[in-house]
Design a protein around this ligand. Sequence first.
Ligand SMILES: N[C@@H](CCC(=O)N[C@@H](CS)C(=O)NCC(=O)O)C(=O)O
Length: 435
Amino acid sequence: MIEDQEPFEDLRLGSGEVSGFRRHGAAGNKNAFKGLIAAEYSGVKVELVKNFEMGVSNKTPEFLKMNPLGKVPVLETPDGPVFESNAIARYIACLKDENPLLGASRIEQAHVEQWMDFAATEVDRSLAWHLYPRLGYLPYSQVTEETAIASLKRSLGALNTHLASKTFLVGDSVTLADIVVTCNLYLGFARILTKSFTSEFPHVERYFWTMVNQPNFKKVMGDVQQAVSVPPIPKKTAPAKEPKTKDVKKETPKEAPKPKEVEAPVEEEAPKPKPKNPLDLLPPSKMILDEWKRLYSNTKTNFREVAIKGFWDMYDPEGYSLWFCDYKYNDENTVSFVTMNKVGGFLQRMDLCRKYAFGKMLVIGSEPPFKVKGLWLFRGQEIPKFVMDEVYDMELYEWTKVDISDEAQKERVSAMIEDQEPFEGEALLDAKCFK
Ligand SMILES: N[C@@H](CCC(=O)N[C@@H](CS)C(=O)NCC(=O)O)C(=O)O
């Protein structure tokens, strides 16, 4: 890992949007993210230009001298300005001697370039032709959209194959390739690529969530949320009709403007009555999940005698089921903090079932590759369908229902709840609880 304490270079990044996004944590400008994330990894300080106004500041003669296109981001350096987000990220990375972001050998450097070009010319281009017409920045045509989707699927398919056995795109740590590819994917994940689209590419999903949960990515991007719906096709004309409840995009421009990234409208559908969760319709259980969670949290001593015994006293095998999970790609777990973050991300995404579940996740081993195993208690006899559908991590694990009539399995449940160490003969690197 790169230390943060190195001396800072002072640079300016000409995009006021970024500071705004960081401050508000809303959807951001993926092009400006690239340089800022590279700066976090490289110990370079980038000062954001204050009071930057999109559409105004980037059209002034001064700005056009720095970038004749009038686009952001632009980096002002002591030696002159640089535009194009990939070039900016590369310049920033080059400020640190022997920066691992650039690749450790000549071939790695070439591979870093390869994926950066792939991000710009394959992923970003197809994504733009899928997304921008729906946001009203390009004219919409079904044929264009179908072509864009086919091309995007081809790119993501290739990426998925590459990532099947890899945590990072190049080598064993984050490089510029990961920064650039992740930022370009970000636009898709945040704005149009819903879970039903991305689930076809499980390794891309795993990779994306692993990357955006790295501390240096998170500092810049904040919490990333996946789009829950595809923005609707804008209406051809914008007649002065009665307003809808929600603000939809303004009129579609007649001339096809250049794709540009501006704040997207929050596309929401008319609120539908929320269907009841089927788990709420199950026959009542004598086990009160919150009581168990309280007992777990409040037991500080004699854990076995108090909490574990209490658990088995409370456990209702008719109202609840217990499940072991085993990560399918343990050989990828070569970096301790990446593995722990991966598990942390999984638990965050399980938030949607907090009312119906309790879990323990163990990161096992004192040396890589680390094993990730867990124990989950779910309301009902099956793993809830909405969890399987919504949480992409679920399919990265092998799930086995616990047979509590088997004393060995029961003991394994107790050991997992207790973070018993050694666990199955190995040290624990980390134990996380979902409660
Ligand atoms: N290839 C450029 C794209 C830059 C770009 O499209 N910037 C958008 C904002 S993300 C912009 O400034 N649009 C303003 C315009 O088109 O006038 C890069 O990667 O930096």
